[in-house]
Design a protein around this ligand. Structure first.
Ligand code: ANZ
Ligand code: ZN
Length: 843
């Protein structure tokens, strides 16, 4: 027997598919359409194992769908804008465009090497004007429909790099590159009105039956709809003119009797007015402004306040007043920028109260008996009943909320509101490598959209990265243009769009890509929504929410009538590996890459020194822990099919997959075994009924598993079938099994399948073959398991031919030794028989 040589076979079949145009999606096909999409990669330079796993899963489904008579759209492209290209420009002095395009070329070659059934004719890169120009057109459509606006908003400003930082780029209050203390600055920024769609985006989740529940829950929490109360405190003391009322917002009106202070943001109008006459307050407010805007940071920073000396009057008791502070944990752009503090039940308020010696009262208890349980270092956020709260005592939290809202509305000091956690989407980035925002600022006309016939607004190539800041802003000529409306000298917007905008509509452009507009509506609607979207759970919130929003926004503007972009979503697990480390004299951890250590039965030794290193936890492959395995050399060694097979086999696809040498070797051996099993052997006459049944069950089972994305189960069924074929005596059935086997493994190990198909002398490509027919008669179980119960308790099981009649089943049940023992000679009072299922004897 020969061996399957992937190195010769794989490139040959890849070329054959390309030549035949096998995976080109035909818009005009009469077949049912199926859109299979994996989240497109960021072109960082190399494919990693996570990509390989993700794309292999999608590929198996795409190939399977083709075999079952679908016209499949399975495209690939590049999420090609973003910071890493600019970082590379700064570090390696290469142009972000060159760096990105080189990376794309390298990664495209790697993907092709894996034999994915992709329609490369639709490849796109978001950094090219023929993509982002259309994005600019869509942006202007949203602008026209009032879904885009500009407002002042706080950003993280790095005073050394003179640049705005994303929240993730602020580490412990400092810029990630410069290490400088980050300041909060106000800048005019562009926003998309995603909050207009908050209701729709929340309610739309209900119809997404093929999405993981956990993702829907994450979206729901992110959108965060809740009931709240806005109400007014009267302010007493030396109040600045016209500021004698303070409006606060709360989601916990039930705790109103637990209030011990009120607090406002440093930028609150009242704080600004007070700071005019109070220098110490002005200094304090400045300090507050200097910290980052990230929610996590606001949570963790020390809670600090400044007592204004003013007091507010409790709305439910005119005799009761509370001190009013300016506090660093109150944000201006949330609610009303003012809160009342309930230290017993909110951790920030508790930290604050302890620091400024304010009263701490319990107003929610698990039961009325624990009303006086003291509060120590932890605020009690559990549900329960209201205590120490006058007319609210004894009510449940939800009841008390409703009661306070009703009272406030009746007495006219507040209104119940629906509140959302979701904020409008700030899309301005002060960066070069992104889609230019197609707006021109004119001193006379304001912000003027670039006329559509002047799109795309193309990024200038001649930019420098030797000084910090936004290269677009300091480019000598680029931003100087005449106003499209009055013709006077004006300036281009130099902000670029958040790269999440690029990924919010790429799946539409894949479905239809005319030159002169973003997409053709009728064509796009034929393919959309994406039937199966596959990607990492790290995109479960923002990317999916933004894509859902963008799709709905296009619907509102009349450009595309699709409500939800992805009808099926699957989030795959990570590829993991053991970690290896050592500690140096200074106590620093030194990580070792898998290829730098020799694994022994009970540990590992460094190849360089021969000394033992610690075997750490199995973790997601990451550069920081050096536990990555580069797929490139692995594919070179074992071939694409073995790598694909391994990616599918060991773990359920939603779970983590631990990479192992043994695993890939096992996959390689199985590929060779498939090669032997799919060889033609001279067929003696004769049917093998048992093997035929196993074969048909495997065909049906693998189909169901692939449809359900349970690839590891499909793989297990193929192992089982391989064993059965090996054990079977020669027969015509066994000979025919080779062809069936080739077809059902074709989506997983497509190169081997083509090679074996050709060896059998079959016409054409197995990639174009159909999925084997199943004879339903052979799927039926001949025997079924019957449960025997006595008084409803399972006591025994028996096997009986399917369709056995009631009297026979009853007789079989009464013949069971276990039943006879239990009945002790009595005759059952009643016998219930459910054919093919159970017999219950009531004694
Ligand atoms: C009283 C109270 C009692 C609150 C209690 C919480 C717990 P979510 O649920 O995340 O929307 N808050 C309101 N505006 C704020 C602002 N601008 N900056 C900082 N905090 C603000 O949070 C709503 C709660 O956050 C509100 O309910 C308010 O504190 C606080 F046991 O009011 B609460
Ligand atoms: Zn003008």
């Amino acid at each position: 027997t020969s061996r399957f040589n992937p190195h010769a076979a794989e490139p040959r079949w890849q070329a054959a598919w390309e030549e035949a145009g096998s995976f080109r999606a035909n818009d005009a096909s009469p077949k049912p359409k199926s859109y299979v999409l994996e989240m497109f990669p960021y072109p960082s330079g190399r494919i990693h194992m996570g990509h390989v796993r993700n794309y292999t899963m999608g590929d198996v489904l795409a190939r399977f769908r083709r075999m079952t008579g679908h016209e499949v759209l399975h495209p690939m492209g590049w999420d090609a804008f973003g910071m890493p290209a600019e970082n590379a420009a700064m570090e390696k002095k290469v142009h972000p465009g060159d760096w990105t395009r080189q990376n794309i070329a390298a990664m495209r070659a790697q993907l092709k090497r894996l034999g994915f059934a992709l329609d490369w004719s639709r490849e796109l890169a978001t950094c090219e004007p023929d993509y982002y120009g259309h994005e600019q057109a869509l942006f202007l459509d949203l602008f026209k429909h009032g879904l885009v606006y500009r407002k002042e908003s706080a950003v993280n400003w790095d005073p050394v790099d003179m640049t705005v930082l994303a929240n993730e780029q602020v580490i412990d209050g400092r810029g990630w590159r410069s290490g400088a203390l980050v300041e909060r600055r106000k800048l005019s920024q562009w926003f998309l009105r995603i909050t207009d769609f908050a209701d729709e985006l929340l309610d739309g989740l209900k119809g997404l039956d093929h999405w993981p529940d956990k993702v829907k829950l994450m979206q729901e929490n992110w959108i965060g709809r809740s009931r709240g109360l806005r109400f007014r405190f009267a302010i007493t003391g030396d109040v600045p003119a016209g500021q004698d009322m303070l409006e606060v917002f709360t989601t916990r009106p039930d705790t109103i009797f637990g209030a011990s202070f009120a607090a406002i943001a440093a930028d609150h109008p009242l704080a600004l007015a007070l700071a005019e006459r109070d220098a110490a307050l002005a200094t304090f407010a400045d300090e507050c402004r200097r910290t980052g805007t990230a929610a996590a940071e606001v949570e963790t920073q020390e809670k600090r306040g400044y007592d204004t000396g003013l007091r507010v009057v409790h709305p439910l008791d005119p005799e009761w007043t509370l001190p009013l502070f300016v506090a660093n944990f109150v944000l201006m752009d949330y609610g009303t920028g003012a809160v009342f503090g309930v230290p017993g039940h909110d951790q920030r308020d508790l930290d604050f109260a302890r620091k400024y010696q304010l009263p701490v009262t319990r107003v929610v208890a698990t039961t009325a008996d624990t009303a006086d349980e003291p509060i120590h270092d932890e605020a009690d956020t559990r549900d329960g009943v209201i205590v120490h709260s006058r007319f609210l005592d004894g009510l449940k939290v939800e009841e008390a909320k409703a009661a306070v809202i009703a009272r406030a509305e009746a007495d006219g000091w507040g209104q119940g509101t629906t509140v959302w956690r979701l904020r409008d989407w700030g899309v301005s980035r002060q960066r070069y490598w992104g889609t230019p925002i197609p707006i021109i600022h004119c001193d006379s006309c304001g912000a003027v959209p670039v006329p559509k016939d002047q799109l795309p607004v193309v990024l200038p190539e001649d930019v420098s990265f030797d000084v910090p800041g936004n290269p677009l802003d300091r480019h000598p000529t680029w931003k100087h243009v005449p106003c499209p409306s009055c013709g006077k000298d004006a300036r281009r917007e130099t902000d670029t769009l958040d790269t999440f905008v690029d990924s919010s509509w790429y799946f539409i452009r894949f479905a239809s890509q005319p030159d002169d507009r973003p997409f053709d509506r009728a064509v796009a609607e034929q393919w959309l929504p994406v039937g199966q979207y596959i990607g990492g759970v790290e995109h479960a919130i923002l990317h999916l929410l933004y894509a859902r929003f963008w799709t709905r926004a296009l619907r509102r503007t009349g450009l595309l009538d699709i409500a939800e972009p992805f009808s099926g979503l699957f989030t795959q697990g990570m590829v993991t590996h053991e970690t290896y480390f050592d500690t140096d004299e200074a106590g620093r951890t030194l990580w070792y890459a898998p290829e730098e250590v020799e694994r022994t039965s009970d540990g590992a030794i460094a190849r360089s020194s021969g000394l033992p290193v610690t075997v750490g936890r199995v973790e997601k492959m990451s550069k920081s822990k050096k536990n990555t395995v580069d797929p490139g050399p692995i594919v070179d060694q074992y071939g694409a099919d073995a790598v694909r097979w391994f990616m599918l086999s060991d773990s359920p696809p939603e779970r983590d997959l631990p990479w192992s040498e043994a695993g890939i070797e096992g996959a390689w051996r199985f590929v060779q075994r498939l090669w032997r099993l799919t060889e033609a052997n001279d067929a003696p006459e004769g049917e093998d009924k048992d093997l035929a049944r196993k074969l048909h069950r495997a065909v049906a089972g693998v189909a169901a598993d692939v449809e359900a994305l349970s690839f590891n189960k499909a793989v297990a069924k193929i192992y089982e079938l391989a064993n059965a074929i090996e054990k079977a005596a020669p027969s015509a059935t066994r000979t025919g099994a080779a062809e069936t086997l080739i077809r059902i493994v074709a989506p997983m190990v497509p190169h081997l399948a083509e090679e074996a198909w050709a060896r059998l002398g079959r016409e054409g490509l197995v990639a174009d073959a159909s999925w084997p027919e199943v004879d339903p008669a052979l799927l039926v179980d001949d025997e079924v398991t019957i449960a025997i119960q006595v008084n409803g308790k399972l006591r025994d099981t028996i096997m009986a031919p399917k369709g056995t009649d009631r009297p026979t089943l009853e007789a079989l049940a009464l013949g069971s030794d276990k039943v006879l023992r239990l009945l002790e000679g009595r005759t059952p009072k009643k016998v219930v028989v459910v054919p093919d299922r159970l017999v219950n004897l009531v004694a």
